[in-house]
Design a protein around this ligand. Structure first.
Ligand code: KG4
Ligand code: ZN
Length: 342
C-alpha cells in the first residue's frame, strides 16, 4: 500500500509518500518533503494565521509534485490519500483538506482524515510493532496532551493543558528574552549551559489530582521576573532562566506521566511532538522509564516536528481498521467530539 500524506495544520506544509504492506507493521519512507514557514513568521514573533494559509497555498502543489517524483511514483501508484483535518489553524488546515479531497476525487483514491495529535504519536509506529495499551504524551507548539491508547487508533485524552502548550511557553518566554521564533531549540541549547537551580519556578502540573497542566503561570512568572530585573537595572543570565524553566517543565511532565502510568498499570510510553526534540526532556523521560521498567518510544528528532510521514503512519492503521473519509471531510480547529475525554 502506498500512502500519500499531507500536513498543513500550522506553519509547515509537509507531504510524504510512505509504503506499508497491509497487515504488517513495516514502513518504507519514499519521500518526506517539508516546506517550513519559519522564516516568514519569524519577524512577527509567532505564526500569523492568514499568512500561514497563503504560504500553504503556494507550497502545496509543487511540494506534492516533488514528493511524488522523489518517491519515483505518480498518482496512479498511490493507494490512499491522507490528510490532517484537526486540530490546528482552520485556514491552514482547509488548504490541505481541500487539496487532498481534490486529489483523491480526481484520481479515484480512498481518502483518510487524520487527527494531528494521533499523527504525532504515530511517528513512533514506523520503527516496528507497538503493543497497546500505552500512554502517549504529545507536546508541541499548540498541544499538550496525555492520552490513554487502547489500540493504535482508539485514543482517550486523560490530561491536557488548560492554557498554554509547552512549546508555546518556550516560545513566549524565549521571545521576552529576545530569542528568535520558534525559541524551543535555542532554549534547549542555552539550558545546557545554565544552572537549573538558579531560579525557583512554579510547577506546571495541576495539583488537583488530574493529569492536566497549566503553563500560563510559569510564563507570567518569568516575564515578571525579567521585567523587574530590567527596571532595577540588574542583569539576568538567560542561560540560567532557560535551565530553570526546562527543569520545572521536565519535573512536572515526569511527575504527571509517572502517576498516569501507575494509575493505569501501563508499561509502555510513547512521547511525540515538536517539544520532544528537547534533549533535557528526552533524558528525563528515559531516566524515569528506566527506573519504572517502562518501555519508552520517542521519534528521532527529525520526526518530532510536523511532517507527512507521521500522518501516513496514522492513516495506515485507520485505513486497515476500516476508517474512510468522504467528500464531506472538513477541517476543525479543535478535535472532534468523538475524541474521547475523561
Ligand atoms: O510539533 P511542532 O513542530 O508544531 C506544532 O504542532 O505546534 O512543534 C513546534 C514547537 C515549537 O513551540 C518549538 O519551539 C518547539 O516545538 N520545539 C522545542 C524544541 N524544538 C522545537 N521545544 C523545546 N526544545 C526543543 N529542542
Ligand atoms: Zn504538530
Amino acid at each position: 500500500m502506498l500512502y500519500l500524506a499531507i500536513e498543513s495544520s500550522c506553519d509547515e506544509t509537509a507531504v510524504a509518500v510512505v509504503s506499508s504492506p497491509r497487515g504488517k507493521d513495516e514502513f518504507t519512507v519514499l519521500s518526506n518533503e517539508i516546506a517550513s514557514q519559519i522564516d516568514i513568521h519569524k519577524r512577527f514573533g509567532g505564526v500569523v494565521p492568514e499568512i500561514a494559509s497563503r504560504a500553504h497555498i503556494e507550497a502545496i502543489s509543487p511540494l506534492t509534485y516533488k514528493a511524488l517524483s522523489d518517491a519515483g511514483v505518480t498518482m496512479t501508484d498511490i493507494d490512499c490519500v491522507a490528510v490532517t483535518t484537526e486540530p490546528g489553524l482552520i485556514g491552514a488546515l482547509l488548504v490541505g483538506v481541500n487539496f487532498a479531497k481534490s486529489l483523491a476525487f480526481s484520481n479515484g483514491k480512498p481518502l483518510i482524515g487524520v487527527n494531528h495529535i494521533k499523527g504525532h504519536v504515530a511517528a513512533n509506529y514506523i520503527n516496528g510493532r507497538i503493543e497497546a495499551p500505552f500512554i502517549a504524551f504529545v507536546a508541541s507548539g499548540g498541544h499538550t496532551s496525555i492520552i490513554r491508547a487502547d489500540s493504535l487508533t482508539d485514543f482517550t485524552t486523560v490530561g491536557r493543558t488548560l492554557d498554554d502548550a509547552v512549546g508555546e511557553a518556550f516560545d513566549k518566554i524565549g521571545r521576552r528574552m529576545g530569542l528568535e521564533y520558534p525559541c524551543g531549540a535555542e532554549m534547549d541549547r542555552l539550558a545546557s549551559e545554565g544552572d537549573p537551580d538558579a531560579f525557583a519556578m512554579p510547577a506546571v502540573h495541576m495539583k488537583d489530582g488530574s493529569f492536566n497542566f497549566s503553563l500560563s503561570g510559569l510564563k507570567t512568572h518569568v516575564i515578571n521576573m525579567l521585567n523587574t530585573a530590567e527596571m532595577k537595572g540588574e542583569t539576568v543570565d538567560i542561560r540560567d532562566v532557560c535551565a530553570s524553566v526546562t527543569r520545572v517543565i521536565c519535573e512536572s511532565v515526569v511527575y504527571q506521566l509517572e502517576r498516569c502510568l501507575k494509575k493505569y498499570g501501563i508499561k509502555t510510553l510513547l512521547a511525540a511532538g515538536g517539544v520532544l526534540a528537547n534533549s533535557h526532556l528526552r533524558l528525563a523521560l528515559e531516566t524515569m522509564c528506566e527506573k519504572r521498567g517502562v518501555t519508552l518510544h520517542i521519534p528521532p528528532v527529525g520526526l518530532c516536528g510536523d511532517n507527512g510521514v507521521m500522518i501516513a503512519a496514522a492513516a495506515k492503521y485507520e485505513f486497515e481498521s476500516g476508517g474512510r473519509s468522504d467528500m464531506t471531510l472538513d477541517g476543525r480547529p479543535s478535535s472532534k467530539d468523538d475524541w474521547k475525554r475523561v
